[in-house]
Unconditional design. Structure first.
Length: 222
């Protein structure tokens, strides 16, 4: 069967879950403006896997109508019943650079205790690139969840604000090598003499992955 808007529309309304999931993926193969309009079906699907796939597609298709995409993603971030879908909404907000949604990301971070949603919000802040997120990222560094801490370190690096160096410096000697790895990445993004000095320490890290990343980061910042 050939893939076209008509066959995709039929599959999106199928009673078979796998058909609907396949149809969401097939939206990539038709013109973006048509695909964007057709997302209204899977975005309201009863199954969270379908909604997750549709919200993830907005990270690309959302450029067709940023105002409408912002409304959809805000609604999913606050009101979808599944944390995975809320997390996907946060990811798409960052991908689309919807800085208008920063207050919503901040609010949801503080409203939830779910580490997955908090991690997704923190991760997307680096991609969003809004300097208002600096204080929230500092707060996330103190999380009891290492994955949230690592995401905060990465996003601080993406913001490229030299003030972050002093904040992530304590993680240079952290027992979790994956956090040290994220520090090396972040320092490479920030650059400057202060970052360079810390990277010189990390390039001698006992974990080869960390040392290798520090050497790459030193090359970037030289």
């Amino acid at each position: 069967m050939s893939i076209n808007p008509e066959t995709i529309a039929q599959s999106l309304q199928s009673g078979n879950l796998s058909d609907r999931l396949s149809a969401v993926n097939q939206l990539r193969s038709i013109p973006a403006d048509v695909a964007f309009e057709m997302l209204r079906y899977p975005l309201n699907d009863d199954n969270p896997r379908v909604r997750y796939a549709a919200v993830s597609q907005l990270s690309v298709l959302g450029h067709q109508d940023l105002e409408q995409s912002l409304k959809i993603l805000r609604n999913c971030l606050y009101y979808d019943s599944e944390i995975d879908v809320q997390a996907a909404a946060a990811d798409s907000i960052g991908a689309l650079k919807l800085t208008e949604a920063y207050p919503d990301l901040d609010a949801r971070f503080h409203q939830t205790q779910d580490w997955l949603l908090q991690m997704s919000i923190v991760s997307t802040l680096g991609e969003l690139g809004d300097p208002r997120s600096f204080d929230l990222l500092i707060e996330a560094l103190a999380s009891s969840e290492p994955l949230v801490q690592g995401s905060a370190i990465g996003s601080l690096g993406e913001l490229r604000d030299a003030k972050a160096i002093a904040l992530i410096q304590p993680f240079v000697t952290h027992e979790d090598w994956q956090l040290r790895y994220r520090v090396a990445q972040a320092l490479g993004n920030i650059g400057g003499s202060e970052a360079h000095a810390l990277l010189e320490t990390l390039r001698h890290d006992p974990m080869s992955q960390v040392a290798d990343m520090a050497n790459v980061a030193l090359q970037q910042s030289s």
